[in-house]
Structures are given as C-alpha cells and as structure tokens.
Design a protein around this ligand. Structure first.
Ligand SMILES: Nc1ncnc2c1ncn2[C@@H]1O[C@H](COP(=O)(O)OP(=O)(O)OP(=O)(O)O)[C@@H](O)[C@H]1O
Ligand SMILES: [Mg+2]
Length: 240
C-alpha cells in the first residue's frame, strides 16, 4: 500500500539515508529505531507527506485518513479534553450527535471519560498523552504516525499506554509508523523494524520480527522477547 523506491534524503551536503527500498502493507506496525540525529523524524515526516525526498520516490496509498502523535502532547491550552479530541475529526459530514458519540467512545478507550471537561493544565503528563492519542485515533484513522509519543513518561504509564496501543491496533489493524529510541519498546510493539545501526553505512535496515501470538503482558516477560531485545541491541551497536 505504501512504497519507498530508491528513497534518499539530504540536508545541505549531508545525506541522512540513501537507496531505501521498503514496502509497507496495510495493517503493518513498523517501528523506526536508531540513535539521535539519524533521521527518524525526517523519515516519518516524509512518510506523512510533511516533507519531501531528495532522491527516489514514495508511492502513497490512494486514500488515507492519517493521525499524528508527536513527542509533546501538543494540546490547545484554552480547549477542554473533549474539545481537543474533537479537533481530530476530519469528516465534516458527521452530525453533531455522531461527533459526540465518537468523542465519548474514544475517551472511554483511552480511559479519560471522567476528564472530558478538564483543561490541559489540570492533567498529568500521561493524561495529556492519552488526549493526544485519542485525537489521533478518532474517526478510525487508517494510518498513524507517532514520533516518540511515550518518551517523556515513566515506565509504569509507558507500559500501560504501549499495551493499550497494541490492543487497539489488534482490533482495528490500521497501519502504524512508530519512532522510538528504545529497543525494548520497538521489540514489544512492532512486527517490523526499520533500524539504523551505528557504523559507516548510512542506512535503515528492515527486520521482520517473528513473534508468537501471546498476550502483550505475557510477551513482555517471555524469553523470546529478551532474546530479540539482545539481538536488536547488538545490531544497533553495529555488532552483527
Ligand atoms: N529542516 C532541516 N534542515 C536542516 N537539517 C535538518 C532539518 N531537519 C533535520 N535536520 C537534521 O537532520 C538530522 C536528522 O534529524 P531528525 O530530526 O530526523 O533526527 P532524529 O533521528 O529524529 O533525532 P532524535 O532522535 O534526536 O529526535 C539532524 O542532524 C538534524 O539536524
Ligand atoms: Mg526525532
């Protein structure tokens, strides 16, 4: 559904990556993993058509309804939780009651039903991120772009949101591009990795993660998970 062909990006004289050839199928969950400055956010912006390639082509699916989540929760401080989520509705054809049904449903999904009338300054960091995720998910988005959405959160909240995102993805099977620095997060969440190893070769490499179909909670404790984390960490450090 989405394809990169000989894709390359350069800022001034510095190439971030060259000759990327990746195919993405509808419903893939892809993590983009690599050290700071390697070009993860730039690649995500290109996939989301917010930036352009220097070389090669990107073939986009015919129709998409994209949702975005950035590292900062990016809420409008003068709007309530309910109103911030409403901004994510892209279809103008919905009636007011259809809109409010959708907002209430998604607020329930992200466990913010009781916080609908609060303003951003009244929320914790985890709650703000939940609002941002609700705004991205509302309207059954077909493709999600997330740029280190959980980076500023403590492990407890982070694990909870990772599991919720995964459950939502399993139910709705939208395509997800998820940028992260974290090997554990990328292994836990995704089926495919675009990994930027240290070394001379300036390139993202694609890896298919073969994972058994256990519950997210059990998977995080499994030997299979720890083995993959070690393997990917070695690759990232250019040891494989
Ligand atoms: N608009 C721009 N003009 C010039 N250089 C840019 C521009 N945007 C990004 N860069 C440079 O491209 C490189 C990659 O930036 P990018 O933000 O994609 O990295 P990243 O992998 O997301 O890093 P981080 O993990 O720190 O967020 C950086 O060296 C950055 O300075
Ligand atoms: Mg970035």
């Amino acid at each position: 559904m989405l394809e990169l062909k000989n894709a390359g990006k350069r800022f001034n004289s510095r190439w971030l990556f060259q000759n990327l050839n990746f195919q993405v199928q509808t419903g893939d969950f892809i993590s983009i993993l690599g050290p700071s400055g390697c070009g993860k956010s730039t690649l995500l912006r290109i996939l989301a058509e917010l930036d352009t390639l220097t070389d090669g082509h990107i073939i986009q699916p015919a129709t998409t309804t994209p949702g975005f989540v950035f590292q900062e929760s990016c809420l409008l401080p003068w709007l309530t939780v309910y109103e911030n989520v409403a901004i994510g509705i892209s279809k103008n054809t919905l009636t007011n009651s259809e809109k409010s049904d959708q907002i209430e449903k998604i607020l329930k999904t992200v466990k913010l039903k009781d916080a609908a009338s609060l303003f951003p300054h009244q929320l914790s960091g985890g709650m703000k991120m939940r609002v941002s995720i609700a705004r991205a998910l509302i309207n059954n988005k077909s493709i999600l772009f997330l740029d280190e959405p959980f980076a500023a959160l403590d492990d407890f909240i982070r694990f909870e949101l990772q599991e919720e995102l995964l459950e939502y993805w399993k139910q709705h099977k939208m395509t997800v591009f998820f940028v992260t620095h974290s090997v554990t997060e990328s292994v836990f969440l995704s089926q495919k990795l675009w990994l930027f190893p240290q070394g001379d070769q300036l390139q993202f490499q694609e890896l298919d993660l073969k994972k058994s179909d256990t519950s997210p909670h059990m998977y995080r404790q499994s030997p299979e998970y720890f083995k993959l984390v070690t393997e990917i960490s070695d690759r990232l450090r250019g040891k494989k």
